[in-house]
Ligand binder design. Structure first.
Ligand code: ZN
Length: 436
């Protein structure tokens, strides 16, 4: 029996899915305008591990896991304008990088990855419904959700009104009836990405994207909604309000699962603070994807995770020990102690402690697989050099260096890979690699 902490209930509850043959999980995915940092990687790894546990418990085809791609956003528009390119150039580049980086960390692709730009009709339909019901209104080309129209607003974050208004950090636009109201649709000026709608040419706000895509792909009420702690307010609060009001009061999710921050000393890692470390940099320094994955799983997902050199070194030492213990054994059934720990609200630190204590090689290999670890052979692990995810990351960093006309850096990457026995071959459709 899996138990999960539900942010809405503020307690751990037994996870009993609505339909065990079709368990639904939605996790808010990346806004693709820059390289992911290790804090962005934490939810990807945490919910990948939860997906593995659910599939182990309920069956390989039991779970539909959706993780969206936010590919229309003001930050994307700004990044595209700065480079003088179409927004799709930015979004395609950084989505590719995101998948490469997460792939290197052993994150399996979600079952579905809906893209905001492909789902505009579903968003327009939901906004129109909210307008009809009196939960939203049009003002100066914008459509806003009316927070006072929803008496249950604030149920997830449990904030009082003043804190909500302060927390939303809205510049109170003159067209808002209430300072807490939030944007569902906004107008797009000349030359800015937009779509025709009943309210004129414009683009959706971020919150409506998730509500509309959840409904379109998973249904009105899903089993698990996940994301980082920072999304509780306002993003998830707003998702709840939109979906509940549009769906006659049905709950949006039965479990709200939130992971804690990765921090650098006293501060949360964030792009705006400029204190980020990216998986791409760590991989290029020679760390392996599995080392970073184990480091990310070494604290409980709800706790803060201080990111330090010592953490990464310890993860590498532990993996060396695990690979030595597993040898070239075939994966067996996972150890009950490990599955019990994971089933208790994904207690990965306890699961790792128990995994480290196992001595049956096939149990080590099978239990590690549940955590997404020991995915290569012991021979590959100890041979040194690079794993495939890292090689792909180096190749894309080299391509970027060449694009920036930094040929010295590009040559250095090629030479370092060659020293590891990896030969790069440049062809008309890009760079491929082979072992020497
Ligand atoms: Zn979302």
């Amino acid at each position: 029996m899996i138990r999960l902490h539900d942010t809405l209930a503020r307690e751990k509850r037994p996870f009993v899915p609505l339909n065990p043959q079709r368990i639904t999980m939605y996790v808010c995915g990346p806004t693709v305008y820059g390289r992911a940092h290790i804090g962005n990687a934490r939810p990807a790894v945490v919910f990948d591990t939860l997906a593995r546990l659910i599939r182990h418990e309920f069956g390989a085809n039991s779970l539909v896991y959706a993780r969206n791609v936010t590919d229309v956003d003001d930050k994307i528009i700004a990044a595209a304008a700065a480079e003088g390119v179409d927004p799709s150039v930015i979004t395609e580049r950084y989505e590719r990088h995101y998948l490469e980086d997460m792939g290197a960390l052993g994150v399996q692709p979600p079952t579905i990855a809906p893209h905001a730009t492909q789902e505009i009709p579903a968003m327009v339909a939901m906004i129109a419904r909210l307008t009809e019901l009196g939960n939203a209104y049009e003002a100066q080309g914008h459509v806003l959700f009316s927070v006072p129209s929803d008496p249950d607003y604030g149920v997830l974050s449990k904030r009082d009104r003043d804190a909500m208004v302060a927390g939303a950090r809205v510049e109170v636009a003159p067209y808002k009836r209430d300072p807490a109201d939030f944007v569902l649709w906004k107008p797009s000026g000349e030359g800015v990405i937009g779509w025709d709608s009943p309210w004129g040419r414009g683009r959706p706000g971020w919150h409506i994207e998730c509500s509309a895509m959840i409904r379109a792909h998973l249904g009105e009420t899903i089993d698990i909604h996940g994301g980082g702690l920072d999304l509780i307010f306002p993003h998830h609060e707003n998702e709840i309000a939109q979906s509940r009001c549009a769906h006659g009061g049905l709950p949006l999710a039965r479990f709200w699962v939130h992971n804690g921050f990765v921090d650098m000393g006293a501060e949360k890692m964030s792009k705006s603070l400029g204190n980020i470390v990216t998986p791409a940099e760590l991989l290029a320094q020679g760390h392996k994807g599995e080392t970073l994955r184990l480091a990310l799983l070494s604290a409980h997902y709800r706790s803060p995770l201080p990111w330090t050199e010592a953490l990464v070194t310890q993860a590498k030492t532990n993996l060396d020990k695990l690979y030595r213990a597993a040898g070239d054994a075939q994966p067996g059934a996972p150890d009950a102690g490990v599955t019990d720990a994971l089933s208790d609200d994904l207690n990965t630190p306890l699961a790792l402690t128990r995994l480290m204590a196992l001595d049956d090689p096939s149990a080590v290999k099978g239990s590690a697989a549940l955590l997404g670890l020991l995915q290569s052979s012991a021979e590959e692990w100890f041979r040194g050099g690079a794993d495939e995810g890292a090689i792909e990351t180096w190749i894309s960093m080299r391509a970027q260096a060449k694009k920036n006309r930094d040929f010295a850096a590009a040559d250095r990457i090629r030479d370092e890979l060659k020293a590891d026995g990896i030969i790069l071959e440049d062809g008309p459709s890009g760079t491929t690699w082979r072992k020497e």
